[in-house]
Every structure is written in structure tokens, then in C-alpha cells.
Design a protein around this ligand. Structure first.
Ligand SMILES: [Zn+2]
Ligand SMILES: [Zn+2]
Length: 258
């Protein structure tokens, strides 16, 4: 792929240690734009610390390390510095304030919990409850409308097992919201390559109807993950087959804290 805006680092506790390895892997496959978007730190109350994201005190080092690599690789590959963030209404402005002084460039929306991870359910827990699905749509729509996000990654992560007609209707609304907010949707190659419940075909059929901009993302937690031409081809095939509107480059938006 020419671009990938979804790359993790070791700080989230579930990815490969060496940032440089991702850059070299990207270069070796002809990628010219590599965006890092590790799981953002989140400033919860009472010092709650999640195991799948960097700590708040690691954010500066994350940005500094990538900034140095960005300079070093200048002319070979464009490195961008971002975060993957959930939209947790209760903590979001605090998050933006925390990130404000850092020299980062963009946020990907990746919504792994409803409400927030301290008090809400995990979106990959199967449910047939349309109200839960509606909550996911409402929360992510609100997120899209903040204008803080450059891309919505694995928008189809919510694991709904109920009525398919209801699913399509709600997802079509979500796709419309993303389109009107100008936020592209990511087909997640980690999900595709590991046979998760996403990418979910019917979601993308709705996105095709709505005419969303669609981008492929590796969601790399290991450098070698990006060296899978057959997986990339499977993603491209899906785009062609469903008649989706593919883009390769994101317009990066730097969120502003209020
Ligand atoms: Zn991850
Ligand atoms: Zn990710």
C-alpha cells in the first residue's frame, strides 16, 4: 500500500518493541506514508490505568521518538504522528488538553467501549440488543461531529448479533454521519487477516450505498504484519467487489482543545 495510517508501538503493551522495524517494513513494501496511531493515553479519574494503552507520562516520549524518526527518514518516507482514541464523552476534553502540548498530527477514532472503559461494555461482546447498537451509533456520531478525528477505524467493530435489517438501518445512519462530517472509514486489515467479526460485509454494503470514502489500514501491532501482499489484495478485492470509493491519503486534522 502507498499509505498506512494505523500503526501501533510497544507502549500499548500489546505490540512489537521497535518503531524502526515498522518503518523499515513499510519502506520494503513501497509504502510512502506511514502514520503511527498508538492507543492514546486516557486521563481517567482515580488514576485508573488501562492495560492496552500507553500511560499519560509516556505520551511525550512517544511523540519525541517518532519526531526524531520523522526527521531521520525525511525524503524516504513521510511519517505522521497520531493516536487511536475512543470517544469517551466524560473524559474527551481532558484528553485533548493532555495531548494539546504534544507535537502530534491526528486522531483516529477507534471505539472499543460504550460510555467509557471504566463503566461501559466492550463493543466486541456479542449482543442482539438494538438499544446497545443505537448507543454505539450515537456515541460515535457525536465523536465524528467533534471534528477531532481524521479517520474512523474499524467502524464495524460493534458485534451485533440481532436483526440484520435493524443493523443495516443503523449502520447506514452512521455512514451518513461520517460522510457528512467528511471522515473516511477504514477497512481493518487486522480484522480481515485474523478472521475477526469485522470487516463486516453488510456494513460495507451500506457504506457503498452512502458513498463513504474508504481507506485500508493495517492496524499493525507487528512490523511484519505490513508485509502481506495477499491480505492487501483481499482488502482491495473487497473494495472493488462492493463498489466502495477508495482513497489512499487522509487529510490530517489536528484537534483543538477547548
Ligand atoms: Zn491494539
Ligand atoms: Zn488499532
Amino acid at each position: 500500500m502507498k499509505t498506512n495510517y494505523h500503526t501501533h508501538t510497544w507502549r500499548c503493551n500489546h505490540a512489537e518493541p521497535d518503531e524502526r522495524a515498522y518503518i523499515e517494513a513499510a519502506l520494503s513494501t513501497g509504502t510512502r506514508v506511514l502514520g503511527f496511531s498508538d492507543h492514546t493515553p486516557y486521563p481517567f479519574d482515580d488514576g485508573h490505568c488501562s492495560g492496552f494503552r500507553m500511560r499519560c507520562d509516556q505520551a511525550q516520549d512517544y511523540v519525541d521518538t517518532l519526531s526524531a524518526l520523522k526527521q531521520e527518514y525525511r525524503g524516504e518516507i513521510d511519517i505522521h504522528i497520531g493516536f487511536e482514541a475512543e470517544y469517551y464523552p466524560r473524559y474527551f476534553s481532558r484528553l485533548l488538553s493532555l495531548l494539546e502540548p504534544l507535537g502530534y498530527e491526528y486522531l483516529n477514532l477507534g471505539q472499543h467501549f460504550l460510555g467509557n472503559e471504566v463503566d461501559g461494555p466492550y463493543v466486541c461482546t456479542p449482543t442482539d440488543d438494538p438499544d446497545m447498537l443505537e448507543r454505539y451509533v450515537r456515541q460515535t456520531s457525536e465523536a465524528l461531529n467533534t471534528g477531532a478525528f481524521s479517520c474512523f477505524v474499524h467502524p464495524d467493530i460493534f458485534r451485533f448479533t440481532g436483526n440484520e435489517r435493524v443493523y443495516r438501518e443503523k449502520m447506514r445512519n452512521l455512514c451518513r454521519e461520517a460522510r457528512s462530517c467528511g471522515v473516511p472509514l477504514e477497512i481493518n486489515l487486522l480484522g480481515l487477516g485474523t478472521h475477526r467479526h469485522y470487516p463486516r460485509e453488510t456494513f460495507w454494503e451500506e457504506a457503498a450505498v452512502v458513498g463513504n470514502q474508504v481507506i485500508l489500514g493495517w492496524d499493525a501491532h507487528q512490523a511484519d504484519w505490513m508485509k502481506q501482499p495477499e491480505l492487501e489484495a483481499a482488502g482491495e478485492d473487497m473494495i472493488r467487489r462492493l463498489g466502495l470509493h477508495r482513497i489512499q491519503y487522509l487529510t490530517l486534522v489536528r484537534p483543538r482543545s477547548k
